[in-house]
Design a protein around this ligand. Structure first.
Ligand code: M6R
Length: 608
């Protein structure tokens, strides 16, 4: 959580830092701040609320500063307030810092620093960093940052400036993201590359424990003990426009519409024209796939739902037992690992604390770990034994959409490859499914063209106080995702249930007032689902079904139907979730809510 931007160059940097923060606002938006080296001192502006407040406050002063830092906060320790907003300074007001992550030993450090005479102005864990630097700043800012980094426990990235070294910004990371941007006569720090993409696409990705000193003309690298390091530059193949809304009202809508391209990119070069799958880039050989006795899937939120969907496909197609758990439960339930159990960590950001911890646990216990991830160079990809990237591109909307369907597509590739290697299905059958998957991006494109029908249904139901989602098999997993989308962006309470469980409790919720969304693909359990729909109708509730074109039974039983193109039921979850994303989007839009930044949420959850 939290976004950091740093600049050392020759241009006035206030607008550059503010623009960078705007591009990182998805990482946190309860308060924000900026510090600039002005003359021989520091000028700090902080504000509570989203970045508009900071822009207003910072706009009141002119600045020629060419070095500075910015921060947008998602509160962990200390409520969102002016005092707790970053940057934080030391007792002298000559050092200022911004931090992302958590200082786990901050209570001990704060007590020790207080005993040595430091005075704290905030309730945050982060402020200890400013005071630790203060104690060593006479040795130089870089040495002081090294000393502070050595004292900290937890996962964090932080940057510091000192009025006594007006040309420098020093930063370091430990299990939290921090990248360096290399410009022409200017250098950048940021929590994510888009923050400086308008200025440069040349980046240096830092390793844990790197300490970097930026000046206008370059960067010096060392470890926390001060030993020099060499780091390579790379050029990212991204387009600056990817960080903008591209004509859509919101990032979420843009990203929903980017799904055909994201799916095509994720399948490209892996799902071949003859319907077979080539995942040799991942480095897991067929011999290992044959040896596997079990798969664990760990993930959080939407990524967990992608895992749940494909856990059905892996068992059905490849006949490998799969256990799936949310990472926050998995990491503490003492799971039993062995070398023939593959642990798959699914995380679009590659930075989710619980998923990373679950993956680490598995590795330490001797199980091979595969990361399914969207962000190149992220923590999950560095720590895993194997990586299968989704290629969804940058996702800025807090509600995951294109990264979810890309995860399902990538995992289906794995399911097909696994089934092939183990001879669990005939080659013809697997090739047929491969062709079904190849058709999906085009089918999603067609589906997006039916958005007017979804928005009409959203108009009809946007005032409802509760929605129940029912499905079976993979359709149940899609329900969980559809229900999450609606609750997180519209704040309407939702519940998703396996339809067969309805009679064991949730049926008590049904009445004429509560619409029931049913995901009814044409899978083998469809007849069972029809009985469940009858039970719903008998209680007078309206049924909004998601069903495949031409399904007359559903047409007759449901008040409204969100039609999706026909496809095999193994790939159907990539289609059936799309109208549910759009339904949530339109309902939240009618309510006038900010879908890109839902309350209390952040895009990347780097805390437990
Ligand atoms: O980056 P990750 O995939 O690890 O994130 C996990 C969840 O925080 C995430 O999927 C969250 O549930 C979605 N943003 C909700 O739309």
């Amino acid at each position: 959580m939290c976004g950091i931007v740093g600049y050392a160059g020759r241009r006035p940097c206030k607008p550059i830092i503010l623009d960078g923060l705007r591009r990182l606002e998805y990482r946190g938006y309860d308060s924000a701040g900026i510090v600039l080296i002005e003359g021989d001192g520091l000028q700090t502006v902080r504000s509570v609320g989203n970045l508009d407040a900071l822009f207003a406050a910072a706009g009141e002063t002119s600045s020629k500063a060419t070095v500075g830092l910015g921060h947008t906060r998602w509160a962990t320790h200390g409520r969102p307030s002016h005092e707790n907003a970053h940057p934080h300074d030391d007792c002298t007001g000559r050092v200022s810092i911004v931090v992302n992550g958590i200082v786990e030993n901050y209570k001990e450090l704060r007590a020790e620093l207080t005993a040595r005479g430091h005075e704290f102005k905030s309730e945050t864990d982060a402020e200890v960093v400013a005071h630790l630097i203060e104690e060593h700043v006479d040795e130089g800012l870089t040495a002081a940052v090294c000393a502070a980094a050595r004292a900290l426990q937890g996962h964090h990235a932080f940057c510091a400036v000192s009025a006594d070294e007006p040309g420098a910004v020093v930063g370091t990371r430990n299990q939290c993201p921090l990248v360096v941007g290399v410009g022409d006569g200017e250098m950048f720090f940021a929590s994510a590359i888009p923050a400086f993409m308008a200025h440069t696409r040349t980046v240096i990705v830092l390793e844990d424990g790197d300490v970097v000193t930026l000046h206008a003309d370059g960067a010096e690298f060392c470890d926390v003990a001060g030993a020099p390091l060499v780091r390579e530059e790379t050029v990212v193949p991204w387009d600056d426009a990817a960080a903008e809304k591209g004509g859509y009202e919101t990032f979420m809508l843009k990203e929903i519409h980017e799904q055909p391209a994201a799916l095509r990119d994720t399948l490209a070069g892996r799902l071949l024209e003859d319907g077979t799958v080539d995942l040799s880039e991942v480095g897991i050989g067929d011999e290992m796939l044959r040896r596997l006795r079990r798969i664990f899937i760990v993930a959080c939120g939407t990524s967990y739902h992608a895992g749940l969907i494909v856990s059905y496909a892996i068992e059905q197609l490849a006949r490998v037992p799969v256990q799936i758990d949310v990472a926050s439960e998995f990491r503490y339930r003492e799971p039993v690992f062995d070398p023939d159990t593959l642990v798959i960590g699914i995380t679009q950001s590659g930075e989710t604390a619980d998923t990373l911890a679950a993956m680490r646990l598995a590795r330490e216990a001797g199980s091979p770990v595969l990361a399914i991830c969207n962000v190149m160079g992220s923590q999950a990809t560095r720590e895993a034994d194997y990586v299968l990237y989704t290629r969804a591109g940058l996702e800025i909307g807090v509600a995951a959409t294109k990264t979810h369907t890309s995860q399902v597509a990538a995992l289906l590739l794995l399911a097909l490859r696994l089934a092939w290697a183990r001879g669990a299905r005939t080659e013809d059958e697997l090739k047929r499914l491969g062709h079904e998957l190849r058709a999906v991006p085009e089918l999603v494109q067609q589906l997006l063209e039916r958005d007017t029908a979804v928005s009409a249904i959203a108009q009809r139901y946007h005032d409802e106080r509760f929605f129940l989602y029912l499905g079976r098999g993979m359709g149940f997993a899609v329900c969980l995702e559809g229900a999450l989308k609606l609750k997180e962006i519209s704040y309407i309470p939702t519940e998703a249930y396996a339809a067969g469980e309805m009679k064991h409790g949730p049926i008590a919720l049904l009445d004429k007032e509560s619409p029931v969304v049913v995901v009814a693909d044409d899978g083998p359990v469809f007849p069972k689902l029809v009985s469940n729909i009858e039970e719903v109708r008998a209680r007078g509730a309206d049924v909004i079904a998601v069903a495949t074109d031409g399904n007359e039974v559903i047409g007759e039983l449901s008040r409204d139907v969100l039609w999706v193109p026909k496809c095999d039921h193994h790939v159907a979850p990539i289609l059936t979730v799309v109208p549910l994303q759009l339904l949530a989007y339109h309902i939240a839009g009618i309510k006038g809510l900010n879908v890109d930044q839902p309350r209390n949420l952040a895009k990347t959850v780097t805390v437990e």
